[in-house]
Design a protein around this ligand. Structure first.
Ligand code: EPZ
Length: 427
């Protein structure tokens, strides 16, 4: 397994491109199931999860092609053609490796009138139930059966009549499954308290480009008027606001300054607000976001929340930054029950963090030292990299496959900014 070796203390500076958003790509790709015409997605990030989803789509008989791109390019253009679906089953051996596979349930059900998906199971950050995915599909008229670790959804007479659903908990994935299933329902679907993340807006924009009729895009209440069929489209994936926020924290902890080309400041308000409160300069510039710090960081108190609140996916990265702040910060993780896996590893690097349930108390320290650390989940891994960039000495982050799921060519982007970083294989 690969690891990354960082020699900390280098001030990051320069400009890097922001890649396409992983959490948008993973819901745009299954939209290909909704039409027998080609769906071309531009700006897809080169990530393990995208490769995994391509393999899953091939499993259904969907043909995929990658447009020529030079090795030095960031991002890829991929075309998915679901002319014929030869299987409506997402098997355990694929789903267990990538829980986002559950996002084929809604579109496969809409296209084929039935879908069978292995239950994704939990992951490092929580048990990740899918009850809301199933309830919202039932509200549209689907029948749901569970057997032998699989969920099977069936549309009566092959089509979904439509209906209404009020989400008791805001769920990004369940909102995405609902939108994809509702697009070709025979009636109207009304969703209340739906997720409003930019990735949901990206999905709505793609579905509309394919011929769907959706009202309230960007709001909590969505109305989808089902249409008979959707056509193919060519669509550019939005930039990754979490990747951009992660590099902003990396620049800030080194007292550096970085321009994040392609970032959308309007989608990063909560992150920008938190960074400004920590004493970091953040400003929108033409075509992106400029972040600068002078080394003096201030403590920040915040809770994670659904969009437009502070993203849970940014909590670990901000915590790494706050380890070097003057004073004590209090962070509360309200979305997932086990999202402090980075804390023991940060403390091994000299941080002083205590956790109690959903709350983490971060006592700022004057300096941290490099160490051999273990990545546990995607965002926790990035927080260890961020800490290593400003720690004295050498940090080795093991189990790099976690990072490869969400950060396109991480070490190349860090090297572009002047970091002393090297990927080493086979530990
Ligand atoms: C998406 O996960 C993202 N993943 C996550 O990013 C992100 O952290 C999360 O949304 C919240 O923003 C992708 O988009 C691929 P949820 P998702 O359904 O859809 C509970 C990363 O690091 N819930 O919004 O699985 C759930 O337990 C990843 O990039 C139910 O109770 O998240 C959680 O407490 C990690 N029942 C809360 O809702 C359900 O049926 C929010 O989960 C579904 C969710």
């Amino acid at each position: 397994m690969d690891k990354i070796i960082i020699h900390g203390g280098k001030r990051l500076s320069g400009t890097i491109p922001v890649s396409g958003a992983k959490n948008s790509a993973l819901t745009l790709i299954p939209c290909a199931l909704l039409t027998d015409e080609p769906l071309t997605l531009r700006n897809l990030p080169r990530l393990a999860d995208i490769d995994g989803f391509q393999h899953l789509m091939n499993q259904f008989g969907v043909s995929t092609s990658i447009a020529g791109s030079r090795p030095e390019d960031f991002g890829r253009v991929m075309t998915f053609e679901a002319t014929r679906i030869t299987s409506s089953v997402a098997p355990y051996e694929l789903v267990r490796k990538m829980r986002a596979s559950i996002l084929v349930l809604g579109p496969m059900l809409a296209r084929m009138g039935e879908a069978t998906v292995s239950l994704p199971g939990g992951c490092a950050i929580g048990n990740r139930p899918i009850d809301l995915h199933l309830k919202v599909l039932e509200a549209m008229g689907a029948q749901i059966e569970m057997a032998a670790g699989y969920v099977r959804a069936i549309a009566p007479d092959g089509g979904l009549p439509g209906g209404e659903f009020d989400f008791p908990v805001i769920s990004v994935g369940a909102t995405e499954n609902a939108l994809m299933a509702a697009a070709t329902a025979s009636g109207t679907v009304r969703l209340r308290n739906a997720a409003r993340e930019p990735e949901i807006v990206d999905l709505c924009n793609l579905l509309v480009a394919m011929g769907a009729e959706i009202e309230g895009i960007g709001q909590s209440d969505l109305t989808i008027h089902g249409v008979k069929r959707l056509h193919g489209a060519t669509y550019r994936v939005m930039p990754d606001r979490i990747e951009a926020g992660s590099y902003a924290c990396a620049a800030a902890i080194t007292g550096g300054e970085v321009t994040l080309a392609g970032a959308r400041p309007e989608e990063m308000s909560a992150t920008s607000h938190a960074l400004r409160n920590a004493g970091v300069q953040v400003e929108a510039v033409k075509g992106g976001l400029h972040v600068a710090a002078n080394g003096a960081l201030k403590a920040v108190n915040l809770s994670t929340a659904p969009y437009p609140g502070f993203a849970t996916d940014m909590q670990a990265q901000l915590m790494a930054l706050l380890c070097r702040a003057e004073g004590t910060s209090v962070l509360t993780e309200t979305i997932f029950e086990n999202r402090y896996m980075h804390v023991p590893e940060l403390n091994r690097m000299g941080a002083q963090i205590e956790t109690s349930g959903r709350t983490a108390i971060v006592h700022g320290v004057a300096g941290m030292h490099g160490a051999e650390v273990m990545a546990t989940d995607l965002r926790a891994s990035m927080s260890l990299v961020i800490a290593g960039l400003a720690a004295t000495g050498e940090t080795q982050v093991h189990r790099l496959y976690h990072l490869d799921r969400g950060y396109e060519r991480l070490e190349e982007k860090l090297a572009l900014l002047g970091a002393d970083v090297e990927r080493v294989g086979g530990d």
